[in-house]
Design a protein around this ligand. Structure first.
Ligand SMILES: Cc1cc2nc3c(=O)[nH]c(=O)nc-3n(C[C@H](O)[C@H](O)[C@H](O)COP(=O)(O)OP(=O)(O)OC[C@H]3O[C@@H](n4cnc5c(N)ncnc54)[C@H](O)[C@@H]3O)c2cc1C
Length: 494
């Protein structure tokens, strides 16, 4: 690795999508010089179903990117709906910082808007450029080596390195924080297409919906240009079937879940299927001497609850705002990045447990149906409050409400009371873990709580035999244009 140039900036950021652009904007607000490198070019896609609830749109607004995002004209969705075998809960979103609608804008456009906003704020964003090596001095990160677009290597000296380089973070690897200190195996996979929306001009265009039937959830989000995204999240072991026979699986899903047929029957002009079975949720150590991790690099939760973009933007911005003013004092800077990590964990913990809970490949149960029927149309919209982080799931589905649902489910004609009680017990145990962590938070706790399936593979592996396949999720399969964000890190020889 022959270094041909040396530069100096205040902050180097690896990765320039949600977390990277937001962090760049935060540091620029403190007047710091920022170089963000990304091995992708923009606009480009990355594997995501990119729904943003109002609290995520509010984060986009907080970094000043909302006008650019809305210029792509994503349908504004004022309602959210969850339906499970006929039990429906439809609610209107409450406003978060004045935003009372969600959107679903594909990543090429969303990320382009973020990158342009960061550039306008004064950050330099170098595309097709990758972080290759971290340089240390006196036990602190003091700079990096990057591989430029033309293949040459540049040394960049900096006061802080931010790794916003996604789940397979090179930064995490290079600073020795790659292995999560806690995580949870996901039992669900993701398979999705974009298609022409057969319901243009109807109320469905302003609803973000989840339709449950059997073990598979269908999530349907309107996107710009009269398109719509349909995502199936079922048992991870079904993902190979989606890949082998996408058309057959589409028909099978319409059969299994008639509500999907009502919403999307007759849809045409499908894209190629996109899918993944690799959704291990995790927390990594996310701050250290002269370095910090932002976005998925530091923490990933199950996509089923659609919270990753919001958190990547929020905690990226907060990192920049907290560390920017104290960057010249190494101890103060490290303390600030550590406090942002602690804040992220405090704010994300309940949602992490909720994601783990939802990522069990369970079928619709009587308790779920009772909960949906009870919360339908309620004001305030408590179900949507969970998606908007206004109320924690264990507060909404609290012991009082839980007791009511158990009683009602037990009184249903033909109820399997033992099964209802078993489910109630499992849920109570999970809630107990969430309450304990809320009441007695412990920084970087490694204590396994009841929502976690701690037998996850790290790094996630492709299962080789059926018994293993049931335990571990299949590897990612992505289209070539999505490859850059997921391919193994390139190795560079000195
Ligand atoms: C299937 C799926 C569906 C999802 N659906 C949703 C959803 O509906 N809503 C939601 O809110 N969240 C969703 N998420 C999560 C969401 O996509 C992520 O939380 C979000 O993209 C995190 O942003 P980020 O900036 O941290 O990382 P990323 O978006 O992964 O960006 C990382 C960037 O780092 C770059 N990079 C990597 N290595 C290097 C390197 N060595 N040098 C330079 N650059 C590098 C990559 O090129 C990439 O551009 C989903 C995730 C998955 C997997």
């Amino acid at each position: 690795m022959e270094i041909t140039r040396t530069e100096s900036v205040d902050v180097v950021i690896a990765g320039a999508r949600c977390a990277g652009s937001a962090a760049a904007i935060g540091f620029r607000r403190a007047g710091r010089s920022v170089l963000a490198v990304d091995r992708s070019r923009f606009p480009s896609d990355t594997l995501s179903t990119h729904v943003n609830f109002p609290s995520a749109v509010a984060e986009i607004q907080a970094i000043g990117a909302l006008d650019r995002v809305l210029a792509y004209d994503p349908p504004r969705c004022y309602h959210g709906m969850v339906e499970a075998d006929g039990a429906r809960c439809l609610q209107k979103f409450a406003a978060v910082d004045g935003i009372d609608y969600g959107i679903c804008l594909p990543r090429p456009e969303l990320d382009m808007a973020l990158v342009e906003t960061a550039r306008e704020a004064g950050a330099e964003i170098r595309e097709h450029t990758s972080l290759e090596k971290v340089l240390w001095s006196g036990g602190r990160v003091s700079g990096v080596v990057i591989r430029e677009d033309d293949g040459s290597y540049t040394q960049v000296n900096c006061k802080l390195l931010v790794g916003a380089d996604g789940r397979r973070s090179t930064t995490a690897k290079l600073v020795g924080a790659e292995r999560p200190y806690r995580g949870s195996r996901n039992e669900r996979g993701c398979a999705f297409w974009y298609m022409d929306d057969p319901q243009v001009g109807t109320v469905w265009r302003e609803r973000l919906i989840q339709l449950r039937s059997g073990p598979t959830h269908a999530l349907i989000f309107p996107t710009p240009n009269n398109r719509v995204l349909c995502l199936f999240m079922g048992p991870a072991v079904d993902i190979p079937k989606f890949r082998a026979d996408p058309e057959g699986m589409w028909e099978a899903m319409l059969e299994e879940n008639p509500a999907v047929r009502v919403r999307l029957g007759g849809a045409t002009n499908f894209t190629k299927l996109r899918s993944t079975g690799d959704n291990v949720a995790f927390f990594r150590r996310s701050s250290g001497p002269g370095w910090a991790l932002a976005g998925d690099a530091g923490h990933f939760k199950d996509p089923i609850i659609g919270q990753g973009i919001r958190d990547a933007i929020r905690f990226g911005r907060l990192l920049g705002e907290a560390c920017g003013p104290v960057l010249d004092d190494p101890n103060a800077c490290d303390a600030a990045s550590r406090s942002v990590e602690a804040r992220r964990d405090r704010e994300c913990n309940a949602t992490y447990h909720w994601g783990n809970r939802e990522s069990r490949a369970f079928s619709v149960t009587p308790l779920i149906k009772e909960a949906l029927a009870d919360l339908d149309g309620c004001d305030p919209p408590r179900l949507l409050h969970m998606f908007d982080r206004i109320q924690a799931p264990h507060h909404v589905l609290n012991p009082l409400r839980g007791g009511k649902y158990v009683a009602k489910a037990m009184l249903q004609r033909g109820a399997d009371r033992k099964a209802v009680l078993r489910e109630a017990l499992t849920e109570i145990t999970i809630d107990r873990g969430a309450w304990r962590e809320q009441l007695r938070p412990k920084f970087r706790s490694t204590r396994i709580t009841q929502s976690e399936r701690a037998d996850y593979d790290w790094p996630p592996k492709t299962p080789s035999d059926p018994a293993r396949a049931r335990r571990a999720a299949p590897a990612i399969a992505v289209e070539p244009e999505l490859q850059s964000a997921f391919e193994p890190e390139s190795t560079v020889t000195a």
